[in-house]
Design a protein around this ligand. Structure first.
Ligand SMILES: [Zn+2]
Length: 377
C-alpha cells in the first residue's frame, strides 16, 4: 500500500543536497524531525576529523521499558548527489539519469523515521531508542569509526543501509585491511655503474610477481592495483630508487585476514632483503568482518517481525563493508536491513516503492517485537 508520508519525506530528503563531508543540510532537517518526536539530539565532533562540516547525529529517547535498541543509517551519499530529480515509473523511483537517486541511504533514513513516528505515536511502552545517523559512511565508514560509542546502551542494532527487497537482512560482511609497501633503493648511473645501485622497481616487480593475491580462498581476497616506481629526477638513466605498492585484503574471517596481513609483511620484507632494498610496510585495519548466526536475538526478532508482516525473511552476506562492521567489532550485534533499493552508486539506481514502504512497516515491527520481550522499568 502506498505510504504518502514516506514518499513525500523521501522526495524532500533526496532533494536536499548531501555528500561525504557535506551532510549539514540533511542533518539540520533530521535534527528537527527527531526533536519533534521527543528525542534529545546531539551532533558529535567527527566531521572535522575528516575535514567535513558535519558530525554524526546521535539521538536518544528514553523509554518506559527496560532495554535499548539502536537504529541507524547514513546521511552522506556518493557523488553525484546534488540536484537530484526523482522520476517515478511503474512503481519504481529513478533519478533523471544525470545523478544518483540517493535511495542509498535516504530510503533507510525514511524507514527509520516511519518506524519511530508510528511506534511513538501509538502510545505503547517502548524501549530506549538510540538513533544514529552517521556521516562519511561512503568514505571507509568514517563517521561510525571515529564516533564515541560510550553513550549508547543498546546491545542490538539495525542498520537500514542494504540493497534488496524488504525482509532481507545482511548478517555478514568481510573485514578489510589497507596494505602498503614503500621501497627505497639506491640510485646509480645506469650506464656507468648500474651494479652500484639497488633497483627499487625490480624489487617491486619481484614482490608482486611472487605475492599470493586475487582469490585466496572462498572467503578471502586481495588486490594490488596501485604500483608506482621512478627516480626522483624521473630519468631513465638512473637506477630506480623508489617504488610503491598499494592494495587491500578482505576476508570474512578475522584470523585469515590477519594471517594474510602477516604474510604480506614477511613476503615484502624477504624480497626486499634479497635485493638489499630498504622497505617500509604499513598495514591499516579499515574494518573487521562480522557474521551473525540466525539464532542470534537480532535475527530471531528480525524473522518474527517479517512473519507478522508476511514478508519473506532471508539473510545474506555482502562483499563490502558497512557501519555494522564497526558496531559489531565494538560488541553491539548489528545487522543490515534492506529498504528496497538496487544499483546504488550509479545513475541507474532505483527504489522499488512497495519494498520501500514495507521497510517502514518492518521498522515498526522490529521495534514492537523487540519491545515484547522487555519488562517495565
Ligand atoms: Zn549506504
Amino acid at each position: 500500500m502506498r505510504n504518502e508520508t514516506m514518499y513525500n519525506e523521501f522526495l524532500e530528503l533526496v532533494q536536499t543536497d548531501s555528500a561525504s563531508g557535506k551532510e549539514d543540510l540533511i542533518a539540520e532537517k533530521l535534527t528537527k524531525k527527531l526533536e519533534e518526536l521527543g528525542f534529545t539530539v546531539t551532533m558529535d565532533d567527527a566531521g572535522p576529523k575528516y575535514g567535513g562540516v558535519c558530525g554524526n547525529l546521535i539521538a536518544i529517547r528514553e523509554g518506559e521499558l527496560d532495554g535499548a535498541l539502536m537504529l541507524s543509517s547514513h546521511m552522506d551519499r556518493v557523488p553525484n548527489g546534488f540536484g537530484i530529480k526523482p522520476v517515478e515509473k511503474d512503481g519504481i523511483l529513478y533519478s533523471d539519469g544525470t545523478t544518483i537517486l540517493a535511495a542509498d541511504d535516504i530510503s533507510g533514513v525514511c524507514a527509520i523515521l516511519e518506524g519511530l513516528r508510528r511506534t511513538i505515536g501509538s502510545g505503547k511502552p517502548l524501549p530506549r531508542l538510540e538513533v544514529l545517523f552517521t556521516i562519511q559512511e561512503e568514505l571507509c565508514l568514517g563517521g561510525a569509526k571515529v564516533m564515541d560509542p560510550s553513550g549508547l546502551k543498546a546491545k542490538i542494532g539495525y542498520i537500514f543501509d542494504s540493497p534488496g527487497g524488504a525482509g532481507r537482512f545482511i548478517n555478514g560482511a568481510p573485514g578489510r585491511y589497507i596494505l602498503k609497501a614503500e621501497i627505497f633503493g639506491k640510485p646509480a648511473h645506469a650506464g656507468n655503474e648500474p651494479e652500484k645501485g639497488i633497483d627499487a622497481a625490480k624489487t617491486m616487480a619481484d614482490i608482486i610477481s611472487t605475492l599470493r593475491q586475487g582469490r585466496l580462498d572462498e572467503i578471502t581476497t586481495s588486490n594490488f592495483p596501485h604500483l608506482e616506481s621512478g627516480t626522483g629526477a624521473a630519468n631513465i638513466n638512473v637506477v630506480c630508487d623508489h617504488a610503491l605498492i598499494e592494495g587491500e585484503a578482505r576476508s570474512k574471517d578475522t584470523k585469515r585476514l590477519l594471517d594474510y596481513v602477516e604474510y604480506f609483511r614477511s613476503h615484502c620484507q624477504k624480497v626486499a632483503d634479497e635485493h638489499g632494498a630498504r622497505i617500509e610496510i604499513t598495514t591499516e585495519e579499515n574494518f573487521l568482518p562480522f557474521l551473525i548466526p540466525e539464532t542470534d536475538p537480532a535475527l530471531v526478532i528480525g524473522k518474527a517481525a517479517c512473519e507478522k508482516l508476511g514478508l519473506p525473511f532471508q539473510t545474506a552476506s555482502l562483499g563490502g563493508g558497512m557501519d555494522a562492521n564497526i558496531h559489531n567489532a565494538r560488541g553491539m550485534v548489528t545487522v543490515g536491513v534492506a529498504s528496497g533499493y538496487s544499483k546504488n552508486h550509479t545513475t541507474s539506481e532505483q527504489l522499488v516503492l512497495e519494498d520501500f514502504f514495507q521497510s517502514g512497516e518492518l521498522c515498526v515491527a522490529l521495534i514492537e517485537t523487540f519491545a515484547e520481550g522487555l519488562k517495565h522499568k
